[in-house]
Design a protein around this ligand. Structure first.
Ligand code: DGY
Length: 319
């Protein structure tokens, strides 16, 4: 059996695939593979491991009907045309659960970095602008006892909420399509309407999927409903915020700060004004990038691939 991988994955997973007599072809270039190149690369393959934001769209799927399985190297699956995959009966799997703690750590890191203007301070040093002690400049805001608003209280949102409660005794409020009663019991999270969430949150953290409903949900209209001292954190998908509106909201002090692990578009341009703002921290989509988590993700990918190639039901299907 043959599998194409559109990037690098944990070596232990490659070894497991090889031990199962799977012959691997990998995309090794520094740039993201295009859809045409992907179609070509998958032509004679049995399975495909999708690393990065490859478009698993109708064009790709219709040209790749022969694939027995597609395993995503992500929990998110907004890049997949599920209806077409279903119609063509191509199983598609993801990596749920194993990256919740690492991604929540990234959200927490951004929240803290923004609240103390940490990335701006670092830039000040490397730019040679740290000239004297300035007691009245670059003041942050404290998190203790503040309100954390979670937009999308699922596994990752719950991990973030638990960390914020444990570290800063933050009150947790949330908005979901449907209520998370288990989380309400576990951490006393309070369900609010979307507008109430905006009005009450000191830190608003996004942990929802990118869908037609959430696309550019955080626009100027929404930022205007938030507190002027609020911090906006997005570790989910850059497409959930409108980046021009976010820049404007920060420039006009509609909100206080922002921490992003995901940008719109990705990669972010190195001259993007967000990178030069005091209370902003941006990371290059590293939410789940720890040795432990990437290894665990690769483990689920191998399980999806092996099951799919054997014609069995895959253990982590997205539909
Ligand atoms: C995920 O798992 O969805 C991460 O954001 C990587 O794409």
């Amino acid at each position: 059996m043959k599998v194409f991988i559109s990037g690098n994955i944990a070596p232990a997973a490659l070894q497991r695939l090889e031990e199962n007599n799977i012959s691997i072809t990998q995309w090794n270039e520094d740039r993201q593979i295009t859809t045409d190149e992907l179609i070509e690369a998958c032509k004679n393959q049995d399975g495909f491991i999708s690393v990065g934001p490859n478009k698993i769209n109708a064009d790709f799927l219709n040209a790749s009907k022969h694939l027995k399985v597609i395993a995503l190297h992500s929990v998110g699956f907004d890049q997949v045309d599920i209806e077409v995959a279903k119609k063509l009966n191509i199983p598609v799997g993801n990596t749920p659960g194993v990256l919740s703690a690492a991604t929540a750590d990234t959200a927490f890191l951004l929240m803290l970095a923004v609240s103390r203007k940490a990335f701006f301070g670092y830039r000040k040093i490397i730019d040679g602008n740290w000239v004297k002690y300035e007691p009245a400049q670059e003041l942050g805001i404290e998190l203790n006892g503040k309100t954390l608003g979670v937009f999308g209280l699922g596994k990752i949102g719950l991990e973030m909420a638990k960390k914020c409660k444990a570290a800063y005794n933050m009150k947790v409020v949330y908005h979901n399509r449907s209520r998370n009663e288990a989380a309400e019991k576990e951490i006393a999270a309070e369900y609010l309407s979307f507008d109430e969430l905006l009005a009450q949150s000191d830190v608003l953290t996004v942990h929802t999927a990118l869908t037609t409903e959430t696309k550019e949900k955080f626009s100027m209209e929404v930022f205007r409903k938030m507190k002027s001292k609020a911090i906006f954190i997005n570790t989910a998908r850059g497409g959930i915020h409108n980046e021009q509106d976010l820049i404007k909201a920060l420039e006009e002090k509609v909100i206080w700060g922002a921490g992003l692990d995901v940008t719109n578009p990705e990669p972010m341009d190195k001259n993007n004004p967000l990178l030069f703002m005091e209370s902003v921290a941006v990371l290059p989509h590293i939410g789940s990038a720890t040795e432990e988590t990437r290894e665990a993700m690769a483990g689920l990918i191998v399980e999806n691939i092996l099951a799919g190639l054997n014609g069995e039901k895959i253990p982590y299907p997205i539909y």
